[in-house]
Structures are given as C-alpha cells and as structure tokens.
Design a protein. Structure first.
Length: 188
C-alpha cells in the first residue's frame, strides 16, 4: 500500500509533482464515474473530471486532513456536475443518443465487467433500467444516490461532501428510494 492521501497532499504542497500524479491516478476513474452518472454525456464528464483535478490542485492548501480526501474531492466533482446540469437545464436522461448524420439513435454504452456474455447482457439491461430510473430523479436526489450507492460514501461523507445536514442527506436518500420504488412499480 502506498502513501496515504493526506501524505500525498502534503507532498503536493511541497511541490512534488509525482504525488499529484499519484492522487490523480487514484481518483480519476471514481471522479469520472460520478461525473458521467450525473451529467450523462461522456465528453462533459471528461471535462468535469479534468476541471475537478485542476480545482483540487488549486485548493489543496485548504484541504483538511481530518476529513476523508475522497469526500472532499467528490464535493468538487459533484458541484461541477450540478453546475453543468444547471447550464444545460436537463431534467431527464435519455437511454439513447443520436449520432450526427445517423437516422437511428444508438444505445448509450454502459461499462460492466461481467464474467460471461449472457450475464453481461443481463447486467447491462438491469443497469440501463436503473440508470434510466436514477436519471429521472431531480438532481438533488440523483447526486446523493450516486454518491451513496455507486461511489459507496457513507451518509456522513455525503453530508460533508455536499455541505448538507446529515438529516437532509438521509431524507433525500429515503425520498429518492421511495420515488424510484414507485417509478419501478409503475413500469411493471
């Protein structure tokens, strides 16, 4: 196991570029995963990921080592994602994307590393369904669901990351689950 996140932050602050590269290497994929699940467009998610690390680097002197580094970093990514959504004013997420010059829409590829083709196809269908349902949630519910269930953050870490009271996070997750449950029941 390598150095801890706070150790890497200290090394970054001391001018160690390899420590910055190591932090980016550790968190690039999880930050991208949060961004792509929020904004639903890969190019936008890539831009958000890049901007997250630019802002992280600029704000490292304000990072509190008593706070979990991933929660702090996801705060940056989540806010950039929400800002992007507000700029676009998109309320729902399509399962299909139109390609320039094509008459048909193509399904959005969801990454999954299932062991076999049959299980892979089944998982993809389940993921598409779940992603579609999550994509219909208002953004303030969607971000807590993504951070909790897709990034594995605790309620406390989400509260810290989004600078919300713990009760608000719990209520939003509960309401989001209830809303998803109702929408799922309407589909069947």
């Amino acid at each position: 196991m390598g150095p801890s996140d706070p150790e890497l932050v200290q090394r970054c602050l001391a001018g160690d570029e390899s420590a910055y590269r190591e932090l980016v290497g550790r968190y690039e994929r999880p930050v991208y995963a949060v961004a792509v699940r929020m904004v639903r467009i890969r190019e936008d998610a890539e831009d958000i990921t890049q901007e997250t690390f630019v802002r992280m680097f600029r704000a490292l002197d304000r990072y509190d080592p008593a706070r979990p580094f991933p929660a702090w970093l996801f705060t940056i990514a989540a806010r950039l994602s929400i800002d992007q959504l507000r700029r676009r004013r998109v309320k729902t997420v399509p399962l299909f994307r139109s390609q320039p010059g094509a008459d048909e829409e193509t399904p959005v590829d969801l990454e999954d590393s299932g062991p076999g083709p049959e299980e892979l196809a089944e998982r993809r269908e389940e993921e598409r369904s779940a992603e579609a349902l999550i994509g219909t949630l208002p953004e303030h519910y969607r971000i807590v669901v993504v951070l909790r269930h897709q990034q594995g953050l605790s309620y406390e870490e989400i509260a810290e990351a989004l600078r919300l009271p713990l009760g608000t996070v719990k209520a939003r997750i509960h309401r989001a689950r209830e809303l998803l449950k109702r929408r799922l029941e309407q589909r069947t």
